[in-house]
Structure formats: C-alpha cells, structure tokens
Design a protein around this ligand. Structure first.
Ligand SMILES: [Zn+2]
Length: 103
C-alpha cells in the first residue's frame, strides 16, 4: 500500500516536501498540523503525531491497520529510526530540510 491511501483518509493534508506531508491527526481534537507522514524509497510509510498518538491508533481511527505502512514487495517492513520525525531530511540535491520543530 502506498501513503496515498492513508493520505486520502486524513484531513488537512499538505505536501511538505517530496514524499512528506503534514495533516491533522484524527485523534487530536484540534485542527492543527500535528501529524507527519513520510514515505521512503521502498514505499514504507511512517506516521508521527507530535502529541503522542501511536501510529496504530491513528490508522485504526481511519479504518486501517499497521499493514497500511508496509512497503512494496519484496521490501520488508522495518521499525522506523528512533525520532525520525526530528531529523532533517537530506535531498538528492544536498539541500537539507530542517525538522518541523525548528520551523
Ligand atoms: Zn494526535
């Protein structure tokens, strides 16, 4: 499954950079962009709520399971890096995109 199927169920989706979006968290009761969604080159999607909701809770709220995060075969799901949401993303052009907390 690709992130587009997850994004289709979320509200307030904004593209932030290539393969990265923000949206409202379906469990946070406010309309603020507190959810970060990132898809890697293998098609694995990672989701982070800046108020602490777990990815499985968020997926459950939109009628999906963690399987929705899985990459395209033959790639295997791997646990996301610790605090990946707080790391700058590096692009092919060498430009760094600062983490959300620094914007
Ligand atoms: Zn939340």
């Amino acid at each position: 499954m690709s992130s587009s199927e997850i994004l289709a169920e979320l509200k307030g989706v904004r593209e932030r950079s290539y393969g990265e979006w923000t949206s409202f968290c379906p469990l946070c009761a406010v309309r603020k962009h507190r959810l970060l969604i990132r898809e890697d080159a293998a098609g694995q999607t990672d989701i982070h709520c800046f108020r602490g909701h777990e990815d499985w809770e968020i997926l459950q709220a939109i009628g999906k399971t963690r399987r929705a995060l899985w990459p395209r075969p033959p790639h295997k799901y791997h646990a996301p890096d610790q605090e990946w949401w707080d790391r700058a993303r590096l692009f092919a052009n060498g430009k760094r995109l600062p983490p959300m907390s620094e914007q």
